[in-house]
Ligand binder design. Sequence first.
Ligand code: ZN
Length: 495
Amino acid sequence: MGTAVNIADDKDRIGAFRMVGNLYFVGTYKASSHLIDTGDGLILLDTGYAETADVILESMDKLGFDIRDVKYIIHSHGHRDHTGGTAKLVALSGAKTFIHEADLRYLSNDPALSFVPDVFVRDGDIIRLGNTEILCLETPGHTAGTLSFFFDLEEKGRVYRAGTFGGAGTNQLKKPFLWDRGLSLLLRGQFLESIERLKKEHVDVFIGNHSWQNDTRGNYEKSLTCEENPFIDDTRWRAFLEKSEQKMLRIMREESRTQFINYAHRGASEYAPENTLLSFNLGVFMGANGIETDVHLTKDGVPVLFHDDTLKRVTGEEGSIEDYTYEELRKFRVVKGELADRIVKLEDFLEHMSFRDMLFAIELKAEGTAQPVADLVRAYHLEKKVVITSFKYEELCRMCEYAPELRKGYLAKTVTEELLADMRVRGIDEICPIAKSVTAEQVEQWHRQGFNVRAWGVKDEELMKQVYDAGADGMTVNFPDKLAAYICQCEASAE
Ligand SMILES: [Zn+2]
């Protein structure tokens, strides 16, 4: 089929060739680029890495195209393996560039690689040139601004629908990758939603924006000897989407095991006075990899770690934290059996605990705590080790506004779809349900929406096992030793 030219036998080279109708492959193994000859100018889809520009130029030359005829350069998303060659190709062609506005953050600042996009593409836009109409759909997940494209191709008198999935990579959706970059876990939910949406499109010619997605090289080689065009196959699109979906779900299931957080709840509070350094340290020694604590403000505005609204239960004193200055509170003792320790400032907790390789869940117990807590977390550079939680949705929302960079979890007494929808809008990506409501089906459903699932209210070992077995990502327990032992036992029996 067509005039096929092998450029080089370099491993990253596939060749420059016509795929189907007026669609040509001009990219490399690592980063695909496609050219559409619309009869009234050329459209280029993605430009690969910076060095791919030369391969694209060479490929176009071999196929008899002139770079000056490229009118539009359209980007599936902003990562550098799809936009790297654009600046050079724009300089040579004067082409207009298209991208989703949400992906501007990824564009290079390097003067040699930077370009100013001409058009921000939105959902449902149709890009027209010559005989070609490209339907653009927003399919966020891989990035917030990932776009997928659909258009018709004609070959031997028949019309075929071509389609791309603009961002299928799941490595960028793994928890550590997202957390390191301050990105929301909710992108995973968007990724799965995008796949559901893409499944509704009929596609005869699946175009990969990386060559392994549609086996560009294998199909090209087949095309050299085969009568039928191997790129036309209407089963491939759906199979690829299903594979991508399963991969995402598998990653989330695996992460819930390998990165499970055993939060010592107010420290190891089954054994030591809650929310004291004694209790936190005991939690660490018992194998917790997270510590949960609560914040109230003293009369003089100092954030201290204390759970109840009144002092009575754990200190025997009258009144509440808010009635005393920090100096006055220092005289009191939190008691558990024979053990007693001081009420501790959040600052002292951060000072003592923050060097440890663990997560800290800080619960806002009172109004007005959001700002001072955020200020301390920032002062100690603990943005990546802290999750801010609360039962008080309004206080949590204040935190979203004041410190959008901090991760947040909502402690929900009941979980409704309305609540989850609002959390998604605000970027709260952890749902903390009451333990007894946690089942495997529920966890999978919340994972599918992109939420991290961390349970509270684990009263006994039976409930602890139920939550862990359901595949949750973490829980708070008063007895982290028992949870650590159970996790070891489960891991041993899984081997
Ligand atoms: Zn990418």
